[in-house]
Design a binder for this molecule. Sequence first.
Ligand code: AMP
Ligand code: MG
Length: 328
Amino acid sequence: MRTELIAPDAAGIARAAALLRAGALVAFPTETVYGLGANALDPSAVARIYAAKGRPSDNPLIVHVAAPEEISRWAVADERAWRLVERFWPGPLTLVLPSRGQVGVGTVALRMPSEPIARHLLALSERPVSAPSANRSGRPSPTTAEAVLEEMAGRIEAVLAGPAAQVGIESTVLDLAGPVPLILRPGDVDRRQIETALAAEVGSEAGSRRSPGTRYRHYAPDVPVHLYAGSDAWLRREIAAALSADPEGVYIGLDGTAPAGARGLLARDLGELQRELYRALRQAEAGGAQVIAAWPPASPQAAGVRDRLWRAAGGQVTKEPEGSGEAS
Ligand code: AMP
Ligand code: MG
């Protein structure tokens, strides 16, 4: 199969919508990462998403909608859901709700993206669109059309080639199917923002049975990612040592915590770190790095970046030895 690159102008978006309606797989830009879309109401098209990604079939997909009103067609939304929709939609917050009708697995995960090209596409497709990230399962998500082609060329009908994703990591997934709201996957909308909007406490179950997808090793590049836990001074030394052993070694973190002379992603702030994270993982692969040494910020807002790096590292964290002391 030849994968068609479609320009994101009015004619291109109309063509992409027609392809979706006809059962094709079309990757498209969203503000989080590029999605791999299929008509959610066409089981064989949805099955082809799993085949193209090599995704385990027990990992359900997020359904993308063009407008908040569509929620009621596919799910049962309570007052909490409407309050969050009011505050965060369109945007990087996915709501897991009790499903209505054929979509979903007793519950359905719904999101309305804010990226204008995605909104235009969803409106024209006149269908809910199932869309996971447009990468092969377990790989870093694509944040550019070029990265989608690296992952999916020859496997899908088309890529709607828009701008780079502005958020850079996948949406926050919030489970509202039970009495206590649970964050199943941290993202750009953080726990405190949700708690403020709901005036209620929010739990976290990332990696649990409730969010099947989060069980798997994920977002991992071919280059090993090293993560560290300990004092700042110890981290600084460990990361400098790891990088000095590899001339192509890549640092990922804030500029302020980078060792002198480090190369890679030296982000000015958390927004840039999040936006450039997956691109940095891909560039490390392309540049022949043997090691990626990462230092994510410890702030509550950085939970999404920490989660993705932890998964990229296969859950392995090097801990500072007991009593290694930071007297000096
Ligand atoms: P992705 O499609 O790769 O962005 O991942 C979607 C995430 O949403 C995965 O972690 C899924 O496990 C989660 N998800 C999707 N639908 C549901 C659902 N009905 N219940 C719980 N989690 C879901
Ligand atoms: Mg994904």
